[in-house]
Ligand binder design. Structure first.
Ligand SMILES: Cc1cc2nc3c(=O)[nH]c(=O)nc-3n(C[C@H](O)[C@H](O)[C@H](O)COP(=O)(O)O)c2cc1C
Length: 404
């Protein structure tokens, strides 16, 4: 545990995710960070100010014109005190309304007025219904405050409290706190480690419109990358065919690749300056020997279309041959004898850990959340991780490796 004289002004606005900001407050208090809660009148409808007061040991302010601050006995200028006295202002959750106020410079409550006075870094974690999130006005407001220097930790897709599904869930608490910790200059367990993470599914071209690929979405690799960033690692992310548009937490250099060949070249190049490589991309094992320059016509194929395939190069094996080989971590998707097959891969490729995932008929983790897995180590130790949302599984997985 680290301890510091660092301070966070925790702004909370009126959305369902307000309950999660209690966890955020608790997290920072545990780290020895001073947390000053400022919540909107509407946030107080979701979570009582008393909860924040109990968690932070400080008065929780909602209004401009009531209570006192520590530094100003009269209590009249707390927005100015707050703007000057705290290292980071974190607003989580940030409603569409508070984003609009920040964007327009409206200062009609304590949180929005403090924003205009705030001298340090400002980070917001928006959360809202997916239609609100994709509304052009909200997008425009976010863009404007981004240009003003506010860091936006984008929401994720998933089930929303309103019963709908889509983009708008507040980012994982670990991601939010990790970003703020970094701004506060607090190290994490992966501080100073250089890590390459590969993710996604490669594509092998058959003709201009067809390719061979697989079911991997890249979600888990991205979740691991975010977790490593949260823990202070310097992460380079190699993504094979990421979905578009891509939402990702900043603070990470990204490289987009398409084929098995490209991912091999890029990963080998980056591995040269890395302490660790997490090889999570699902690289095609086969590639067409010939690629047709023109689209193969259905009519011209009398019987079945025959495509000759050649094996691709195994990236982990190639990484293992490097002179300055980084620590290697892999994932093993197996549908039979999951643990024993994965343990063989771990040994053959000289990995320091492998995550064995059952992709059999009963359990199909591609694109699904939650997901389960078993971490296997070279000393024969196995750690089973139960079925969890991918973000949480990623955290548990990275935690298992932190002391290696
Ligand atoms: C049950 C409920 C849940 C809400 N959740 C959100 C939300 O997640 N995000 C959001 O932007 N607005 C949400 N709203 C609307 C805001 O509460 C409303 O826009 C309010 O004016 C925001 O005030 P504030 O930004 O001052 O806190 C919700 C409203 C209700 C009644």
């Amino acid at each position: 545990m680290y301890s510091s004289e660092k301070s966070v002004l925790l702004g909370v606005s009126g959305g369902i995710a307000a309950y999660k900001s209690c966890e955020i407050a608790r997290h920072f208090v545990k780290l020895g960070v001073i947390v000053q809660p400022v919540i909107t009148e509407n946030a107080a409808r979701f979570v009582a100010p008393l909860t924040f007061e109990s968690l932070t040991g400080r008065p929780c302010f909602t209004g401009m014109f009531n209570g006192k601050t520590k530094t100003d006995e009269a209590g009249a200028f707390r927005h100015i005190d707050f703007g000057r006295d705290y290292d980071v202002m974190l607003v989580a959750p940030a409603t569409a309304n508070i984003v609009a106020k920040f964007s327009a410079g409206i200062a009609d409550d304590l949180l929005s007025t403090t924003y205009l006075c705030f001298e340090g870094d400002v980070v917001i974690a928006p959360a809202m219904n997916s239609r609100m999130w994709s509304h052009p006005t909200v997008m425009r407001n976010l863009e404007r405050i981004r240009e003003d220097g506010v860091e936006i930790i984008e929401p994720t897709a998933g089930d929303l409290a309103c019963g709908e599904t889509g983009m708008g869930r507040m980012a994982d608490i670990g991601i939010i706190t990790g970003r703020v910790e970094k701004l506060l200059g607090l190290g994490g367990p992966w501080q100073g480690r250089k890590v390459v993470v590969t993710t996604g599914a490669t594509r092998e071209t058959i003709d201009p419109v067809r390719f061979i690929s697989n079911n991997s979405t890249g979600d888990f690799g991205r979740a691991v990358a975010r977790q490593l960033i949260h823990y202070g690692a310097d992460v380079k992310l190699v993504e094979a065919n990421p979905p578009s548009p891509v939402h990702f937490t900043p603070d990470c250099e990204r490289f987009v690749v398409e084929t098995a060949d490209e991912i091999l070249m890029r990963t080998i190049e980056l591995a040269d300056d890395a302490d660790w490589v997490f090889m999570f991309a699902a690289v095609s094992d086969f590639t067409p020997v010939m690629q047709s320059a023109n689209k193969i016509k259905k009519k011209e194929q009398k019987d079945a279309l025959k495509i000759e395939l050649a094996g691709t190069v195994d990236v982990l094996v190639e990484l293992g041959k490097l002179k300055n080989r980084p620590k290697l971590v892999g994932v093993s998707a197996e549908s039979t004898d999951v643990i024993s097959n994965s343990a063989v891969k771990l040994k053959e490729k000289g990995l320091c850990a492998i995550l064995a995932v059952d992709v059999g008929a009963e359990s199909h983790p591609f694109g699904a959340t939650p997901m389960a897995g078993t971490v296997i180590f070279p000393d024969g130790r196995n750690v089973e991780i139960e079925s969890l949302p991918k973000e949480v599984l990623a955290r548990r997985f990275v935690d298992e490796l932190s002391d290696i």
